[in-house]
Ligand binder design. Structure first.
Ligand SMILES: Cc1ncc(COP(=O)(O)O)c(C=O)c1O
Length: 399
């Protein structure tokens, strides 16, 4: 029998490690011990009631069949209207709006639609792992640009400019940022838009966390700067904004030249997104927005609590998040004393102390020495988890 070999295209494609950490934590919980969950980027808020009701209505009305591949017209139109409201830019719902099974699939289909083998993709590292995985699936060359604690993990257009070559086809940005909680400055967004015009590469701007900004910070998007989708893709979705991670609805705003290709890809992958979830997403977008404002306020309070508690932990460094619901914690001092990697440290914290973080290397090679905390967790988990981290740090430094 011929042995199985993983196709070359899939070499280096990794599954999201957050789910591996979660299952290690569940194993410890199965023994009856309590684990504080700060590892996963899921809302501890429930999907708002009126959204659930819209889904129930859709079910009862028999809206349970295939829909158009890139989404029902009602939802695509509502997305186009929300873009006009939020960015002040007109997009054409038929040419520019595609709905997918989560923002993740919208990113994958968009990237597959433009990348050829050997094209270079610049992406943030640490960063959301999907960008590198999608580039690899497309046979393209992922090139990381490094985010550093010294720059408060900001995406810096000058750093990107240094890496541009004639093969650069796509630059991925993410603001507010997972896992760093940083946001892009207006000047960097403008400078990147200019670089795209000069060199002709596409920008994919992942803005899924844009409702979650703190201390009065503002969101800067290349769409507001360019005022068109010329060589620009905006990835967004409902998972985080409306606490709908399990409903699997996201979307992309794409330039017209990609519409047919993205349609074909999404059709091949999944035929269409869940019909019921689409009707729920429509209710989310057109219904009251106060649940989003309430969640934002709640996340800001949790961030404040987390930052206060982290500032009392010895031997670590962190930057207070300006957006999203994550913070990267520099634990290099602790792990070098233990002679452990960030991943081994995370496993030790789960087993010995009962708190789960995500190791920074799950978010790219430049995440070594870091762990990510998610403050989308409840205050109870944040308080318990950071007390345990404080104890661990004190034990390590005094040993
Ligand atoms: C930056 C970023 N983009 C996209 C996604 C995927 O979102 P969805 O659940 O809509 O696929 C995530 C999920 O964690 C994320 O952190």
């Amino acid at each position: 029998m011929v042995g199985y070999t993983v196709p070359r295209r899939l070499h280096g494609v990794e599954a999201e490690a957050a789910f591996v950490v979660l299952s290690a934590a569940k194993k410890v919980e199965a023994t009856g011990r309590r684990v504080a969950h700060l590892e996963i980027g899921d809302a501890s808020y429930d999907t708002p009631e009126h959204i659930k009701e819209a889904a129930i209505r859709a079910l009862k009305e028999g809206k349970t069949h295939y829909t158009p591949t890139v989404g029902i017209p009602e939802l695509r139109q509502a997305i186009a209207e929300s873009v006009k409201r939020d960015y002040g830019v007109e997009v054409d719902w038929e040419k520019n709006v595609v709905v997918a099974n989560g923002c993740k699939q919208a990113i994958l289909a968009s990237m597959l639609s433009i990348l050829e083998e050997e094209d270079e993709v610049l992406y943030p590292n640490p960063g959301y792992p999907e960008y590198e995985a999608a580039a690899r699936l497309a046979g393209a060359k992922p090139i990381p640009y490094k985010l550093t604690i010294e720059d408060e993990f900001r995406i810096d257009a000058d750093r990107i400019a240094e890496l541009i070559t004639p093969r650069t086809k796509l630059v991925v940005i993410n603001t507010p940022h997972n896992p760093c909680g940083s946001i892009m400055r207006e000047e960097d967004v403008k400078a990147l838009a200019d670089l795209s015009d000069d060199h002709g590469f596409y920008i994919l701007s992942d803005e899924i966390y844009r409702p979650f900004l703190y201390d009065g910070e503002e969101h800067y998007s290349p769409l507001s700067v360019k005022r068109s989708l010329d060589r620009l893709i905006i990835a967004d979705g409902f998972s985080k904004r409306y606490a709908m991670t399990g409903w699997r609805i996201g979307y992309a705003l794409i330039p017209e030249e990609l519409t047919t290709t993205v349609f074909k890809l999404l059709n091949v992958m999944t035929s269409c997104p869940s019909s019921i979830s689409q009707w729920a997403a429509l209710a989310a977008l057109t219904g009251p927005q106060n649940p989003v404002h309430e969640m934002r306020k709640g996340y800001e309070q949790r961030r404040n609590l987390a930052a206060e508690m982290l500032s009392e932990v010895e031997g670590i460094r962190f930057v207070k998040a300006k957006g999203a619901f994550y913070m990267m914690i520099d634990v290099s001092k602790l792990i070098s004393k233990l002679r452990m990697s960030a991943e081994e440290f995370v496993m030790m914290l789960i087993e010995k102390y009962g708190v789960a973080f995500l190791h920074g290397t799950a978010l790219g090679s430049y995440g070594e020495g870091y762990i990510r905390m998610s403050f989308s967790a409840s205050e109870d988990h944040i308080t318990d988890g950071l007390k345990k981290l404080k104890q661990a740090a004190s034990d390590i430094l005094s040993s």
